[in-house]
Design a protein around this ligand. Structure first.
Ligand code: C2E
Ligand code: MG
Ligand code: MG
Length: 560
């Protein structure tokens, strides 16, 4: 079978010169099919095809050789590329080679051309092969060959490239349970196909902007440049996508998947710390039987940074270095100041500000939560004394941990704090999250009843996130619900969130509870809440949390 002719592209404006080149090639024994172009549009069009070699004249009237070479190299990185031209200086030759020409053959030495061309074509092939091998090696370094998904290295690279400067980053770990059993029952080959099918589904369920990776072993991992609410949503979508039965080789099987997630900076910084925390959460899901678990430090008995933090925290509590920032609540109808929530603040001497979402769980686990809360209640009462006395009916709200709700001596501690501050119980409000109440609802009802009997108000914080049975709400002796930020921040555009907000307002009012919206960030959200009858608003649109003296100034300005 005759070998097909070499396809050669010749950039040359002079037909006579082109003819000479063609003859030289044939004389050298090469079978060639040459296409000639003489200007930029012609060259650009020709570069859409593939060529065995490109010859370029250095002296075209409209297209200089450097430009031609750049155009060729942009499209055909490895093709053999020779400059064939009248005599030019050595410097020009060096320049053309630097720009990507492989060799230079003067027009008065065309006899050299066939040999030079053959040599450069061999070298070009070697270059292409090497580049393909490099690219494959690079790909393998960053991907899992079985599923084609990015691997751990890719996550580190994604972190470096995409996550710098992102406020919150989530890490979702998805575990396919009993995967070994699947491999046993079906054989590795079918097991692999199951995994490929699951990877494809996970890929479709992962929103743009996130990185889905093969998590090592039998799972997946997703990096999310967002906070807990988004992570939870994505994790749920992933679990939903994986839950449908897989049909492979005539077998229909359902895999059991579970997910855990962690978020930085709250749960640690860097992909490695997050991966660890997310896996701690997945393991916790194994114990609790829930399919999706959010990390919290109390799960993590081996977190060395939590232990170090605990020691520092204990000292800070003893020295009274945990301070309070106050975030006002306002009456939506009148705009009047209606109370303030005290939020714990800690500036660690080396780490800087540590968010309460990180250090409160540490205090809960390591036993400092009782003295901490007791001192914060006392501090909140004394720092608010002045506005509490001038604004009857307002209260200062302190957040209460689940651990405290479970303690028999809670009421005693609160009595002591009130007595020490010489303030009546009617000044104090406690915020307890819905999920904390649901950990032991019967007990919570009893404790909250005791607080209510004393005249201490209780509101349910983060309402709508705790998967509570609404039935309990009827029997809870509380005075207010705070609709979680997740819903409020989506107002007014988020249709589903708006529905939850309206339903909560109706529910709350039906049960004679005040309805407070937290996370009110915009005037539009405030307007929506006002129109739909919510009682109070709290959020950045009203004011950010601030030091106690600043709050007094803020209230005075509001009163005026
Ligand atoms: P939380 O009680 O639901 O407090 C609301 C959180 O949302 C606060 O964060 C507040 O700064 C923030 N926030 C307020 N308005 C807006 C807004 O418009 N937009 C956005 N994006 N965020 C807003 P912070 O201070 O970091 O507190 C986080 C959580 O830590 C609190 O949630 C509470 O559960 C807990 N916490 C804070 N202080 C204490 C405390 O003294 N004791 C206990 N047990 N928990 C505390
Ligand atoms: Mg709160
Ligand atoms: Mg809240």
């Amino acid at each position: 079978m005759p070998t097909p002719p070499l396809r050669i592209l010749h950039v040359e404006d002079d037909p006579a010169d082109a003819e000479l080149v063609l003859r030289a090639l044939r004389r050298g024994g090469l079978t060639v099919a040459v296409s000639r172009v003489e200007d930029r549009p012609g060259l650009e069009e020709a570069l859409g095809e593939s060529w065995d070699a490109v010859l370029v004249d250095a002296h075209l009237p409209e297209l200089d050789a450097g430009e031609s070479i750049a155009l060729v190299r942009a499209r055909l990185r490895d093709v053999a590329l020779l400059v064939v031209s009248g005599t030019v200086g050595e410097e020009t030759v060096a320049d053309l080679v630097r720009r990507g020409a492989d060799d230079f053959v003067p027009k008065d030495r065309l006899a050299r051309l066939p040999g030079a061309l053959a040599r450069e074509m061999v070298r070009a092939q070697e270059r292409a092969a090497r580049r393909a091998a490099d690219e494959r090696a690079h790909w393998l370094a960053y991907h899992d060959p079985l599923t084609g998904l990015p691997n751990r290295n890719a996550m580190a690279a994604f972190e470096a490239a995409q996550l710098a400067g992102v406020a919150e980053t989530g890490f979702i770990a998805v575990e396919i349970r009993e995967f070994r059993e699947i491999n046993h029952a079906l054989g590795f080959e079918l097991g692999d196909r199951v995994l490929q099918e699951l990877a494809e589904r996970a890929r479709r369920a992962t929103p743009p902007g996130c990185l889905l990776a093969r998590g090592g072993g039998d799972g997946f991992a997703v990096l999310v440049p967002e906070g807990p609410a988004t992570c939870r949503q994505i994790a749920q979508d992933l679990l939903g996508a994986l839950a449908n039965p897989v049909e492979i080789g005539g077998v229909r099987l359902t895999v059991a998947a579970a997910a855990g997630f962690a978020v930085s900076p709250r749960d640690g910084t860097g992909v490695n710390a997050l991966r660890r925390a997310a896996h701690v959460a997945v393991n916790a899901s194994r114990r609790s039987g829930e399919a999706l678990v959010e990390f919290n430090v109390t799960m993590d008995t081996f977190d060395p940074s939590a232990l170090a933090l605990a020691a520092d925290l204990r000292r800070a509590v003893e020295r009274g270095e945990i301070t309070l920032a106050y975030q006002p609540k306002v009456d939506l109808a009148s705009g009047a100041f209606s109370g303030a929530e005290a939020l714990a603040r800690w500036t660690h001497p080396e780490l800087g500000p540590v968010p309460p979402g990180r250090f409160i769980p540490v205090a809960e686990r390591l036993g400092d939560i009782v003295p901490l809360t007791r001192s914060l209640v006392r501090r909140a009462l004394s720092e608010s004394r002045s506005w509490l006395s001038t604004h009857p009916g307002t209260r200062v709200a302190v957040n209460l941990s689940a651990r405290l709700l479970g303690r028999a001596d809670l009421v005693e501690h609160l009595d002591a704090a009130l007595a020490q501050a010489e303030m009546p119980p009617s000044c104090l409000e406690l915020e307890v999250t819905e999920s904390e109440i649901m950990q032991d609802p019967a007990h919570a009802i009893a404790v909250l009843g005791e607080l209510a009997a004393r005249g201490i108000a209780v509101s349910i914080d983060d309402f709508g996130t705790g998967y509570s049975s609404l039935g309990y709400l009827v029997s809870l002796p509380v005075s207010a619900v705070k609709i979680d930020q997740r819903f409020v921040r989506a107002l007014p555009a988020g249709r589903k969130e708006a529905l939850v907000v309206r339903a909560t307002i109706e529910l709350g009012h039906g049960l004679d509870l005040a309805v407070i919206a937290e996370g009110v960030e915009t005037a539009a959200a405030a307007q929506y809440l006002r129109e739909n009858g919510a009682d109070q608003a709290q959020g950045w649109h009203v004011a950010r949390p601030m030091p106690p003296t600043q709050l007094e100034t803020w209230i005075r300005a509001r009163d005026a």
